[in-house]
Design a protein. Sequence first.
Length: 343
Amino acid sequence: MRQVLFTDPASGSPAGPPMPVWVDAPTPAPGAGQVLIEVYASGLNRADLLQRDADYQPPAGESAVPGLECAGRIAASGPGVTGWQVGDLVCALLGSGGYASHVLVSQDLLLPVPDGWSLAEAAALPEALATAWWNLRTRAGLRPGDRVLVHAANSGVGTMAVRLARSLGAIVAGTVRTPMLAERVRALGADPVVVSTSPDAEEALRRQAPDGFDVVLDLVGAAVSGLTLAGLRTNGRWLCVGVLGGDEVPLSLREVIRRRLILTGGSLRGLPTAEKAAIIADLRRARPWAGPDGVRPVIAAAYPAADIAAALGRLERGGLLGKIVLDVSAHHDAPVIDLTEPL
């Protein structure tokens, strides 16, 4: 098999972050309750950049290979696997290991590739959907009619959260960093969409959403904390799952008490496997991707495996609408599959 590892720049090369390099490795055999996936597409996430920079290491027991989600075919299954067959098209939530031609994963972390989806869409589904579902549905108890604000609504998780919240009957707004992204997120169904970098962003949010929000899904952190506090209603829930915009926030506990606010946070990757499996099982039952209003990932771009460094560089620059997907199909002897065409 082939897999990606981060290595320091070669001697004499310009200084910079570790480089992603494809290397050979033994193909593992699945153990009890595991399947081996022949990977055709992998989703890229900001966590991969943090892992590269040694700011966010894989959970104990996970491989050093980056990648939190993938899609492909089951190539082999271990003892005790039920409900899945060799040859099934699946996507998987991973603790690590997605940037590879093959990956081992527990059967409890598999989702079927929905009918009529491309492998690019399937590869972009597990991490974003599980994050949005766990926070909005499970932790916030989102109900029809609730008002939801999604920060970084243009991101992979953000676009998924906008679509998921709308499918659950919520009224959705968003924040983004540029006017162009605001228009594109508005087309996904969020309204209003406020440009968070604008000097009058808080005033604009209060003016355009005077009723405030029951739930804020915060994928940014400190840089938008003023918008969060300005937007939350009494009894509002602030769900912080990202701190790329900083992690230290001035907060009046007196204000928290007076408005009966709930502030919580969490990392999906760091959850015990049993808790992640429970989220996946819930998604299998609910099937939010099914039906005419089913949620689908937004794909920003697909890069060939050989261009992994360029793909990560594009992710790092930001300003995207949706997810970047890596095409790993060139590492297989089978005919190349067009990742963007429905299966």
